[in-house]
Design a protein around this ligand. Sequence first.
Ligand code: S3P
Length: 448
Amino acid sequence: MSGHGDPIPMTSRACGALSGEAHVPGDKSISHRSLILGAMAVGETKVSGLLEGQDVLDTGRAMQAFGAGVINHGGGNWSVHGVGVGGFAEPDQVIDCGNSGTGVRLIMGAMATSPITATFTGDASLNGRPMGRITDPLALFGTQSYGRKNGRLPMTIVGAQDAAPVRYTVPMPSAQVKSAVLLAGLNAAGETVVIEKEATRDHSERMLTGFGANLSVEDTSEGRVITLQGQPELKPQTITVPRDPSSAAFPVCAGIVAQGSEVLVPGIGLNPTRAGLFTTLQEMGADLTFENMREEGGEPVADLRAKFSDNMKGIEVPPERAASMIDEYPVLSVVAAFATGKTVMRGVKELRVKESDRIDAMARGLEACGVTIEEDEDTFIVHGMGAGGVPGGGTCATHLDHRIAMSFMVLGLGTEKPVHIDDGGPIATSFPIFEDLMRDLGANITRD
Ligand code: S3P
C-alpha cells in the first residue's frame, strides 16, 4: 500500500513500573526472505510465525503478482507455492512495496535475471530512498532500470535474458544490497560472488543454504566472500520465524527507562549479526540479562529480562558494531538520554537513508524534549541527563518511520512530561501489536 491513511497522533506518559511478558512478532528480515525464497522454490514452503506487518504483507502480494501462490492459514501460518528459480511471470500491475526498502530491493534482485519487466513504487518514504545501490550491481547482470532522477522509485526493471554471473564488492554495509545480488545470481548460470567488507545480517546466506542452494562463505583479507552457484533447484522448506530482535528492542528499552520496571521478552533471536544493541546496553550498565540460552532453527535464541536501570553511563559505541544494530540506533539514542555522560555513535551515516533520515528525526525530537545533541553526516552524540532527568514535553515528527515512532513512545515512559508523536500509523509496518503489547505491560500510550 502506498499510503497510511490519516495520521495517528499518539502520546506516551510515565506511569510507573512496567511488568510482565512481551511476546514480540516474527522477524521482519526473515519473514520477507521466507516469502521470496518460498516463491523461488519448487513446491510448497510452510511458514509459521510470519510477521503480519504491512511491509511483509506487501511482499506477499508482490510474490502473488509474480505468479507464486501465497496463502494465509491464520494464526501466523502461511504457505507459499513457489514457481522455481527463473519461473517468475511478468506482473500485470505495478508492484507497490509500501514502506519497505527490504521488500522492494530484494524483489528487484529476485526478478532481475528473468526476462520479464516490472514497475515498482512505494509510499512517499520509499519513493525518496536510493535505489542506485541496487540497480548498479543488477546492471552487471544485464538488467536495465528506468527510474526517476537520482535512481528513485517509481522504477521499471527490465530483467536480463541469459544473465551472466557477476563478482561484486558491496560499497556500503548493506544486507539488502548483498541479498539483492545473491537473489539475482540465482538465475545466472555459473558462479556469482559477493564480497562485503563488513559483515551484515546473514539471513539470506543461511536461508539460501537451507533451501538447498550451493553457497559458501569465506573470511578473507578482502572481506567476507560469498560464492553462489547459479540455477539451483530450490527445495521448499518448513520455516519457523524467530521473534524479531529489532522489535524486542522496544519493550526491552521501555523496561530499562520506565521507573521500577521488570519486563521479560522471551524467545528472541540473537544472531550475532543482529544483537549489537543488547551488548551495547549491557556495556552502558543497563540491567539486561539473557536467560535460557538455546538454539532454535539454527539460530541462537534467549529470553531477555530487562529491569529499570538508574545507573547507566554513556559510552562510545564501537563503529564496527554498527551493522549489527543498525535499526536500533534510534531507540539506543532514547536510552542514552537517560544515562549520564555522552553516548557517541560513529560510522552511522547509513541511518540517513533509512525509512527517514534517522539521525535528523531523532535529533530534532530529542531536542524538542530537552536533550542536547551533536551530529555530523556520520556521527550522532547524545548528552545523557540521567534517569529521571529528561524533561520530555515535545511533539516529535515521525516522517513515515515506524522505528522513530516507537522510539519516541519509549522515551515518554521515562520523561517528566508526556512525549507526543505526530503519526504512529507507520508502526503497523513492522509491529502491528505494539500498542496492545505495551499497554499489557502497563504502559500509558494513547491515541490522541
Ligand atoms: C535489512 C537490512 C538493513 C535494515 C533493514 C532490514 C534486511 O538495511 O536496516 O531494516 O532485511 O536485509 P540495509 O541493508 O540498507 O542496511
